[in-house]
Design a protein around this ligand. Structure first.
Ligand code: NAD
Length: 355
């Protein structure tokens, strides 16, 4: 029997509840497909600050690097909001991404037919649904550039710097083209080339790499237009590739138009495919510990792990189909319905039954 070592980063708020749900589903699918998992929990975020005074302890980084893959819940909460930047739970996210070399973030944004009612866009706009994969660069750009405070002409001033190297753009562009090749073969590269030098280099390199993928149709779009097109006509997009900050913003917009942030998974990948899988939402402190959270985003993140990290396509598809089935029957958590909402554990059990 195959065995995969999975590092679990439960984190804070609803993190522990949703990760436990995904673990239950992985165990169930493992039984069906003869896959064995060894789960090892590590501390991260506020929980790590409380236990050992820092958001990303050395043992956590070492444990994640030694795992075959990592499943993360979410970090952060009001308890730690007043700590200085470097000691905040969210700092651990940037730290673990950098330590694991996770330069690619894959974020699917799909409108589930059963959840069309939850989509805030007009019916005629989403009548054909949409299924977008956002490929976001994750370890470069302005979030990792030089930053600081200084005295400027008008007194106190702060600055952040955006830099992208050829290597960083080439490797994310290749991931995007490969991803498009496995889907509808349409890639939109999003930048701000009318203003930013980094975007002009980005565009030039994406066009160069395009020559290696003649089967993929590629086009450029300015980020301001992209923000508009996502709500005007989301079905025009298949795969989107963009920089760290633009991807951060556009993927949240894309998630919002699907109707629920509690549904969307993500994968962060490195060269060797070892990855970190997590829901796109945060730690939802307002509902933490109440067995109310929607675990589907985390369960679908586990499905992405099976597919991308372990090449277990059948097991991954089984999870996705089970989620589809449960939604079609009409089961919902409180974020998706006002009436007869199921709890975190109840909907998890329904998904396991559907498997
Ligand atoms: P959030 O995503 O935690 O919550 C936004 C809203 O969505 C809340 O009303 C919440 O109850 C709801 N929600 C989120 N996930 C849900 C789920 N699975 N089921 C049902 N409802 C859900 O965003 P926020 O409130 O801006 O941030 C809360 C904390 O999370 C902050 O400390 C923030 O820094 C942190 N955060 C962490 C991550 C991460 O760990 N990757 C990402 C974003 C925010």
């Amino acid at each position: 029997m195959k065995n995969y070592k999975i590092g679990l980063l439960r984190g804070d708020g609803i993190g522990p509840e949703i990760v436990d749900s995904a673990v239950k589903v992985l165990k169930a699918v493992g039984e069906k497909y003869q896959i064995d998992f060894t789960f090892t929990p590590y501390l991260i975020g506020g929980a790590a600050i409380d236990a050992c005074g820092e958001p990303l302890p050395k043992e956590t980084v070492e444990g994640c690097l030694a795992s075959d893959s990592v499943l993360l819940g979410a970090v952060g909460g009001p308890k730690w909001d007043t700590l200085p930047g470097n000691f905040r739970p969210e700092k651990a996210l940037l730290g673990i991404r950098a330590a694991m070399g996770l330069f690619t973030n894959l974020r699917p944004a799909k409108l589930y037919p059963a959840l069309k009612g939850a989509c805030p866009l007009r019916e005629d706009i989403v009548k054909d649904g949409f299924d977008i994969m956002i490929v976001r660069e994750l370890t470069g750009g302005i979030y990792f550039g030089e930053r600081g405070y200084r005295q400027g002409k008008y007194g106190e001033e702060a600055f952040d710097t955006e830099a992208y190297s050829r290597m960083e753009i080439e490797r994310i562009a290749r991931v995007a083209f490969e991803t498009a090749r496995k889907r509808r073969k349409k890639l939109t590269s999003i930048d701000k080339a009318n203003v930013l030098e980094t975007s002009r280099l980005w565009r030039k390199i994406v066009h160069e790499i395009a020559a290696e993928y003649p089967d993929v149709e590629v086009s450029d779009m300015l980020v301001d237009n992209a923000a508009m097109q996502l709500v005007r006509n989301p079905s025009q997009f298949d795969v989107i590739v963009t920089s760290n900050m633009f991807g951060d913003i556009l993927s949240d917009e894309a998630s919002q138009i699907t109707g629920s942030i509690g549904m969307l998974a993500s994968a962060s990948l490195s060269d060797n495919k070892r990855g970190l899988y997590e829901p796109i939402h945060g730690s939802a402190p307002d509902i933490a510990g109440q067995n109310k959270a929607n675990p589907i985003a985390t369960i679908l993140s586990a499905a992405m792990m099976l597919l991308y990290a372990f090449d277990e396509a059948a097991a991954a598809e089984a999870i996705v189909n089970a989620v589809d089935k449960v939604l079609e029957v009409g089961y919902r958590t409180a974020d998706l319905t006002r009436e007869n909402a199921l709890s975190t554990t109840e909907i998890t059990d329904k998904i396991i039954e559907a498997l």
